[in-house]
Design a protein around this ligand. Structure first.
Ligand SMILES: NC(=O)c1ccc[n+]([C@@H]2O[C@H](COP(=O)([O-])OP(=O)(O)OC[C@H]3O[C@@H](n4cnc5c(N)ncnc54)[C@H](O)[C@@H]3O)[C@@H](O)[C@H]2O)c1
Ligand SMILES: [Fe+2]
Length: 386
C-alpha cells in the first residue's frame, strides 16, 4: 500500500532558544545548515556567547563544505555520502534532520530525508519519484522569506545530465514540521530579503492564476499577495521598518507556499530555470526577470480573462492605484531594481536556447499557464528580457 504523507505541522517560535526547548534535539539528530547561519543565527542569535544547551548535542553538517550556491546533483551526492557516514557512526543511526537555511539548504535536506541509504546519485531518484518514502523526519526552518519550501513537497536541484534545474516531487518530501522563527532572518542581507520576498509574491500570483486554483488556494494567494505588497510599501518608505516585519514576511511566504503547493507555479518559474542554471542567477532574481513580462503577455493575449481582472482589482485595492500592474512594477522597482538578463552574462544566442530548454524541460510548470506559452511566446519573452 502506498504510504500517505500529510502537510507539515506549522510552529512559530520567537527565537532558536524556544525552538530548542520545544524540540529537545539529541545526538541522533542532524542539523543541516551553513557555517554563517549556525554561528550567526542558530548559535549566537539571541546574544548567547556560549552554545545553547541543545545545539552541541546534535550532529551538524555545513552545506559550505560540499559546494556553493543553489543545489546541484554533485553537491547533493556528496552530502548523501556524508549523511550515510554519520548514520553508520552514530549509535542507533541518524533520527531527525533539522534544516536551517534558505530554499537551497531546505531543498537539499528534503533529499537527505527521503533518499534511501546507499543512494549514490540523486538523479536516480527521478525515475520513481512517486515511490519515494521518508527515511528521516524533517524539521524545516526557513532563513529567507521566499520559497515556502518548508510546506511544499518539491525539491529543486540542478541536474548536470539535463543542464538545467529540475523539480523532484513526492509527498514524502513534505517536512514533518515547518518552524517559523523571525530571529532566523535577522542577518539576512537586504538583497536576499528582497529577491526572496519577490519569489514568494510570484508563487502567490502564479498559483492565483493557475488552472488548478481552488477557492482555498485563491484565498491563500490573496492573503500572501496583499501581505507582501503591504510589507513592501512599508519597506519602500523606510527600510528600517523591515526589522519588525520578519515574522510577517515569513508568514506570507509560508502561505504562498501552501497556495502553490496545491495550485502550482507556472511559466515564470518555467522560464527562470535556464537562466538561473546557466548563469547562476539566484532563484528569486531569475524569476523576477520574467514576472512582469509574463503578466504583460497574459494581458495582451487575454485582456478580458476573469482571473487576471481579479488580480488587477486586488493590486489596485492594495496599492491604491488606478493601474494595478503599473503600480506593481513601480513598487518592485523601488524594492529591487530589475537588471536586464544581459547583466548576468546572457547573450543573444541564449534567447533561443533558453526558450528551447523551457519548452523541452518544463512542461510540468507550463501546464499551469494562464495563457499557453509555446516556443514562439517563450522566445519573445526571452528577447524582451535580454
Ligand atoms: N522547493 C521549493 O518549494 C522551492 C520553491 C522556490 C524555490 N526553491 C529553491 O530555493 C532556492 C532559493 O532559495 P532562497 O531564495 O531562500 O535563497 P538561498 O537558499 O539560495 O540563499 C541565498 C543566499 O542567502 C544566504 N542566506 C540565507 N539565509 C540567510 C540568513 N538568514 N542570513 C544570512 N544569509 C542568509 C545563503 O547562504 C545564500 O548565500 C533555489 O535553489 C530554488 O530553486 C525551492
Ligand atoms: Fe520560486
Amino acid at each position: 500500500m502506498t504510504q500517505q504523507y500529510n502537510l507539515p505541522t506549522i510552529h512559530e517560535y520567537p527565537d532558536f532558544d524556544a525552538f530548542g526547548k520545544a524540540f529537545r534535539l539529541t545526538e541522533r539528530d542532524l542539523i543541516v545548515t551553513s557555517i554563517y547561519l549556525y554561528r550567526g543565527c542558530v548559535w549566537m542569535a539571541d546574544g548567547h556567547d556560549v552554545p545553547l544547551n541543545w545545539k552541541p548535542v546534535a550532529q551538524v553538517m555545513y552545506r559550505d563544505h560540499f559546494g556553493k550556491g543553489e543545489p546541484t546533483d554533485e553537491m547533493v551526492n556528496r552530502m548523501l555520502a556524508k549523511r550515510d557516514e554519520l548514520h553508520a557512526s552514530v549509535p542507533g543511526g541518524i533520527d531527525r534532520i533539522v534544516a536551517v537555511g534558505g530554499g537551497a539548504i531546505l531543498d537539499i535536506a528534503k533529499v537527505l530525508a527521503v533518499a534511501p541509504h546507499g543512494t549514490k546519485d540523486v538523479n536516480d531518484l527521478y525515475a520513481n519519484m512517486a515511490s519515494l518514502t521518508r527515511q528521516h523526519e524533517l524539521i524545516a526552518i526557513p532563513s529567507t522569506c521566499g520559497t515556502g519550501c518548508e510546506v511544499t513537497n518539491i525539491s529543486v536541484i540542478f541536474r548536470t545530465p539535463l543542464g538545467t534545474k529540475h523539480g523532484l516531487v513526492s509527498d514524502a518530501l513534505y517536512p514533518v514540521h515547518a518552524v517559523l522563527i523571525p530571529e532566523a532572518l535577522v542577518r539576512l542581507p537586504y538583497e536576499v530579503f528582497a529577491s526572496s520576498a519577490i519569489d514568494a509574491l510570484i508563487h502567490a500570483t502564479e498559483s492565483f492564476l493557475s488552472p488548478l486554483a481552488t477557492e482555498e488556494t485563491k484565498a491563500q494567494s490573496r492573503e500572501a499577495i496583499s501581505g507582501i505588497l503591504q510589507g513592501f510599501c512599508e519597506v519602500a518608505e523606510d527600510r528600517a521598518a523591515l526589522r519588525k516585519l520578519f515574522g510577517h514576511f515569513l508568514h506570507c511566504s509560508m502561505v504562498a507556499g501552501l497556495a502553490f503547493g496545491n495550485a502550482g507555479c507556472g511559466p515564470v518559474h518555467a522560464l527562470s530555470f535556464a537562466l538561473g542554471g546557466k548563469y547562476h542567477v539566484p532563484h528569486g532574481e531569475s524569476c523576477y526577470q520574467y514576472f512582469l513580462p509574463v503578466l504583460r503577455y497574459y494581458k495582451a493575449r487575454r485582456p478580458d480573462g476573469e482571473r487576471l481582472q481579479e488580480l488587477e482589482a486586488l493590486l489596485r485595492d492594495v496599492l491604491h492605484a488606478e493601474d494595478g500592474f503599473a503600480a506593481l512594477a513601480a513598487l518592485l522597482e523601488r524594492i529591487l531594481p530589475r537588471k536586464p538578463m544581459s547583466a548576468y552574462g546572457a547573450v543573444e544566442a541564449d534567447v533561443a536556447a533558453f526558450a528551447r530548454s523551457t519548452i523541452d524541460n518544463q512542461q510540468r510548470l507550463l501546464a499551469r499557464a494562464y495563457v499557453p506559452v509555446d516556443y514562439e511566446a517563450a522566445l519573445a519573452i526571452e528577447a524582451e528580457c535580454l
